[in-house]
Design a protein around this ligand. Structure first.
Ligand code: DGT
Ligand code: CA
Ligand code: CA
Ligand code: ZN
Length: 583
């Protein structure tokens, strides 16, 4: 039985393939699917039981999309989608992700050179065949070759952006947990550690009925091809080739299994050594006592700990190590010495400080909706930071911003316990300049300054550009430091140490952006910032009421960078925070 979530995934895939079909992301057919998706998200109901007529009453859903949703609910598939999938098989979709490979270029190379997958494309690039095509040239070839190298799109160990793996894993785990025979389920591996790219997804399930769980797994809609099928382990590929390993263990061994499959391998090895040093064995079944040397039976039998991860760390006389820190970069030693930092947690967050409404061209919820959603999370303060005027169609003029201020003040009255700041997301220009006149910019209660253009300058220029913005007295924080989209677009290249030094000297906060495609600043930069004592701010960059949950990913990224609570300005009590911004 398909869920509302499945319908949203369906609309996503329809939109994605229709871009290729219509050769334009702006086509009205693409917009129709996107609008339907937003409508369903905004509606919030379980839509699986609605008739086609009822569906069209939801804002954004037209007749033809409603019919497709019904077709999907009734038959489990959609004829139109099957056609599109045939025309654009996974290897073609994969090529479409390469920067510089627009839908028009893709159609051209398929038609003219019969290039149907990445290997074919690489061959054609190597033999310089693309440059003779209309609209392409030696420069385009070079750019594409570089992009392929950078994205690691080649070879067997092709890694996926975390933003592709996480929704899939969360959905699978939720599905499994809802089953009676499943006691617990957890995604493990690099995904649980919040690495930015994922080799494969590892899921561990606690159940007394392995074969039944495996049957359930094989039945999931995400399964495209089962590549290994046993009573306790199933591996499958999703339609776009991502591998998922699901293992079932007895509930009494769940902690040991989760610890093992979360890794990292280096963390596991250090843990096993800690166990050996105390005469114990640690493996995926448990922490076990070794028999005396003179005992006849040398198989370890006595289980010291196995059911929970916490019990295993405790039995090894170690403080519990947050999964995102398990990379063997000092956390094992710190845990033994009980010197792990008091990490920031989601529950500590008191406000979101990078937050859009439909005042931004790309915002999709109203001022009232966005404020109510933040208040609903119990936030004490909020900065509404719609785009500054330099961001073309998505930005707002000074006059519009002043009207917006009135609107915000009015809407905030419904939530008197929360302080709503009138802010702005400023655009850092090529040379470090910012939106509006200086005097006008100074009026905002709070600002986040971000890079949205000019990704190709030299390290020197990019660094100078950021430092200029950091030094500007109207700037409170720097948003998504590099502007990268993980696995899709590399960010700007900067001298991190110089930028962190400037942030420290000017007492500005470095954002950890929780959008999964960004996670920017990255955890390794966060760790350097923490070492330098740079203040942090963890934000969702929400453009819709459905996006506030991203705070979890932002917090996990900060934790992966060992960020302590007190360096994160939006964990501070309201008064302390408002004092810091001079409000
Ligand atoms: P990935 O999939 O490449 O993004 O990275 P992981 O960390 O998810 O690695 P994966 O899927 O190969 O294995 C999952 C976990 O299983 C890994 O983090 C640690 C554990 N593991 C795998 N192989 C070994 C091993 O040879 N020794 C130890 N101690 N642990 C291992
Ligand atoms: Ca893995
Ligand atoms: Ca694996
Ligand atoms: Zn933003």
């Amino acid at each position: 039985m398909a869920s509302t979530r499945d319908v949203l995934d369906l609309l996503d895939e329809l939109a994605q393939l229709t871009v290729l079909k219509e050769q334009s992301p702006q086509s009205f057919k693409v917009r129709a699917y996107e609008n339907a998706k937003q409508g369903i998200q905004a509606d919030g109901r379980d839509i699986t039981q609605l008739s086609a007529t009822e569906l069209t009453k939801i804002k954004g859903i037209g007749k033809s999309t409603a019919a497709k949703i019904r077709e999907f609910m009734d038959t489990g598939q959609v004829e139109k989608l099957e056609q599109l999938r045939e025309e654009f098989p996974p290897p073609v979709v994969e090529m479409s992700r390469i920067p510089g490979m627009g839908p028009k270029t893709l159609a051209l190379i398929r038609a003219e050179l019969d290039i149907q997958d990445l290997d074919g494309l690489k061959e054609a690039l190597a033999s310089k065949k693309l440059r003779d095509l209309k609209g392409l040239g030696a420069k385009a070839e070079e750019k594409m070759t570089k992009a392929i190298e950078r994205l690691g799109l080649s070879g067997k160990d092709r890694r996926r952006p975390i933003g592709d793996a996480m929704p899939l894993a969360e959905k699978l785990v939720a599905e499994l947990k809802s089953q009676d025979i499943v006691v617990d389920a957890q995604y493990c591996g690099s995904l649980r550690r919040m690495r930015e790219t994922i080799g494969d997804v590892d899921i561990t399930v606690a159940s007394l009925d392995g074969p039944a769980v495996m049957a359930l797994v094989r039945d999931q809609s995400a399964v495209h091809e089962v590549i290994l099928s046993g009573d306790t382990k199933t591996s499958f590929l999703t339609r776009d080739g991502m591998q998922v390993d699901v293992r079932v263990v007895e509930p009494s061994q769940f902690g040991a299994a989760v610890l093992y499959f979360t890794g990292s391998k280096a963390h596991n090895i250090a843990m096993r050594q800690r166990a050996l040093d105390r005469g114990l064995l640690l493996n995926e079944y448990g922490l076990l006592r070794k028999p005396d040397e003179d005992a006849e039976d040398q198989t370890p039998s006595e289980v010291v700990a196995a059911e929970t991860e916490a019990s295993i760390y405790a039995a090894l006389e170690m403080a519990y190590v947050n999964p995102v820190m398990r990379e063997n970069t000092g956390e094992v030693e710190a845990s033994i010495a009980d010197e792990l930092p008091e990490l920031v947690e989601v529950a500590h967050i008191r406000g979101d400080l990078h937050y859009h409404t439909d005042r931004s061209g790309d915002g999709r919820s109203t001022v009232e909706e966005m404020i109510a959603e933040a208040a609903g999370r119990g936030y004490e303060y909020l900065a509404i930071t719609d785009h500054g005027e330099d961001l073309a169609i998505n930005g707002s003029s000074a006059e519009e911003m002043l009207e917006h201020r009135e609107h915000i003040t009015e809407a905030a009255k419904a939530h008197p316990q929360m302080t709503v700041l009138w802010g702005c997301e400023l655009n850092i220009g090529a040379g470090g300049g910012l939106d509006y006149e200086d005097e006008f910019r100074a009026l905002f209660d709070y600002t986040v300054a971000s890079v949205h253009s000019h990704y190709d300058q030299s390290v020197k220029e990019q660094t100078a550009r950021l430092v200029a913005a950091i030094a500007d007295p109207t700037v409170n924080s720097i948003g998504h430091l590099t502007g990268r989209y993980i696995g899709r677009r590399p960010g700007i290249e900067i001298d991190v140490d110089v930028v962190l030094e400037a942030l420290f000297q000017f007492d500005k906060a470095l954002e950890v952006n929780g959008a999964l495609q960004r996670l920017d600043a990255a955890s390794d930069v966060v760790r350097k910032a923490v070492d330098r004592g740079v203040k942090l701010v963890i934000n969702t960059d929400s453009h819709h009421v459905s996006e506030l949950g991203r705070i979890e990913y932002g917090v996990k990224t900060a934790q992966r960078g060992w960020a302590p609570r007190d360096l994160v300005v939006n964990t501070w009590p309201k008064k302390k925070f408002l004092d810091w911004i001079g409000h």
